[in-house]
Design a binder for this molecule. Structure first.
Ligand code: DAH
Length: 345
């Protein structure tokens, strides 16, 4: 095989002159420098040539390679510079546009915003507390002693992070939003009403109704003469606005260490109107939150003078409320990020 380098060089120059854009340029590069390109063919043919021809042909191939490389380099720069000056030139206006479907807030965020918004309109202020808490705020200050059985229900994930204020004690992922009560009281003097949304953690095995992480909303109102009737009135207004004016309310006596008296709030099932259905498991009532009057020991732990203030508190689970309101059967759906589920809300 013999190679006419002069002719090849001429062809290259002719073709180079016709290159209009980066696509042409790439085709040109591949034709000469690609793995199956001409330069490789020439190198491959060296072995078949008589010894004395090899250096000449080899040099010819090297020169070709260098020439094509510098043409490619120069033209790339030139084409890019031209595009930068006039980007319209290479835009195909008939290409369909790239559409980004509009997103929206996650159903849990919507629920948190709706609930907090309702309390804000009643004069409450949104506050947040940290997800990493001290044992003191999560338990002790809330009147949950170390050996109290009710602590089991709130037990949580401990971190290898020493508590800065209490030597020998560790920090943990908060198991409820109630420790925010302590932080708020340490920061503000009554009267105030705060509403605290946030994530909480419990070492629960995941199933249709449990998750090791979920969301709660805590409410706290402190003044000098807050009464249980204020608590009932406030939560009744909230539940009617959130679930509908027709629902009935029931305050069931309960125990929480940080409130006294304490209650659980039920609403009449808004699906069956209290007659009994699958949503309320034939009970006619749906349990939706815990509440009570702030325990005097909690005020003292937070640094308030004993006996001076009274307060009401409540706590609700966001996932539970969203599940009840929208008929969602499985808590895991909230966290799987399946757009087919999320886009329904
Ligand atoms: N912290 C409680 C829990 O996680 C919920 C709760 C109940 C909060 C009663 C309150 C309350 O503020 O008064 O189960």
């Amino acid at each position: 095989m013999s190679w006419n380098f002069q002719e090849i060089q001429e062809t290259i120059r002719r073709e180079a002159a016709q290159i209009a854009d980066l696509k042409d340029l790439e085709a040109f590069r591949v034709k000469y420098l690609g793995r199956k390109g001409l330069v490789q063919d020439i190198y491959a043919s060296l072995a078949t040539l008589p010894h004395e021809q090899r250096p000449v042909v080899g040099k010819g191939a090297n020169d070709l390679k260098n020439d094509v490389s510098s043409i490619v380099e120069e033209r790339t720069k030139a084409i890019k510079a031209r595009q930068a000056r006039d980007p319209g030139e290479d835009i195909d206006v008939t290409t369909p546009g790239v559409t980004v479907p509009p997103g929206h807030r996650h159903i849990l965020t919507q629920t948190v915003d709706d609930i907090c918004g309702m309390f804000e309109r009643l004069g409450f202020v949104v506050q947040e507390g940290p997800e990493i808490e001290t044992e003191f705020n999560n338990f002790t200050a809330l009147n949950i002693p170390v050996d109290h059985p009710s602590r089991d229900a709130f037990d949580t994930f401990y971190l290898e992070l020493p508590d800065p204020d209490r030597p020998g004690r560790y920090q943990l992922l908060r198991s409820h939003t109630s420790p925010a009560q302590i932080r708020v009281m340490q920061k503000y003097q009554p009267p105030f009403g705060v509403i605290v949304p946030g994530r909480v953690y419990r070492p629960d095995a995941v199933d249709a109704s449990h998750s090791f992480m979920f969301h709660q909303i805590e409410g706290l109102l402190v003044n000098e003469d807050v009464k249980f009737s204020d608590l009932k009135g406030l939560l009744t207004v909230f539940c009617r606005r959130f679930f509908g004016e027709k629902i009935k309310m029931r305050f069931r006596p309960h125990f929480f260490p940080f409130t006294e008296p304490s209650a659980e709030v039920d609403i009449s099932c808004y699906i069956c109107d209290g007659k009994g259905c699958s949503v309320c498991r034939r009970k006619g009532w749906l349990e939706i939150m815990g509440c009570g009057m702030v325990h005097p020991k909690v005020f003292v732990a937070a640094g308030y003078p004993a006996g001076k203030y009274t307060g009401l508190a409540f706590g609700l689970g966001v996932e539970r409320i969203a599940m009840l309101k929208h008929g969602i059967q499985d808590i895991r759906l909230f966290f799987e990020n399946d757009v087919r589920f999320l886009e329904q809300f």
